[in-house]
Design a protein around this ligand. Sequence first.
Ligand SMILES: [Zn+2]
Length: 180
Amino acid sequence: MGQDYSYTQPSSSDELDLTYLLESEAQIYKDEAESSLYIAESFQYTPSPEADDGIPTTCYCGSEPEIATSHTHKDPGRRYYTCPNVDDGECHIWKWWDVAVTEEMTEVKRQMRLLKDQAFQCDQNVVKLQKTVCELQKTVCEQKKSVWEVKKPYMRIMVSVLTVLLCFAVMYMSGISSKT
Ligand SMILES: [Zn+2]
């Protein structure tokens, strides 16, 4: 880095030093390759989703973003999110404050709509469940009724048999008491 690429013309102008020229060119290519490698290495932070949408909570480097005020002619007094480590030359969060807040509000609105939809769906499910419970209660009542309907004739027969038996018993008892 910082290589001086200007080369001095050989003292004898008629004799062109080709070797020196080729060496210089090779050095330029080498430096370019190294510098592009350096740039590639400097962008090692991968953007995290929470830093890209809405109000940034974490910088790519892991630091907490801070708010600063712009002093440019184009945006004087406009606030923006930046990183306390911005001077290290790495890739850090940078975002207009008003853009971040607008994004955040849009996201909050979207989530509220989602919650409302879910609440509505819950209400619908409660109504459905209440209907099902009502229908089940009806079914249980009807089944109890039908069971009684089946039992009824048998109960009648039982009552009749018992009555007859009781009559015989009374007659037998009264026969015994009249003999004595
Ligand atoms: Zn940072």
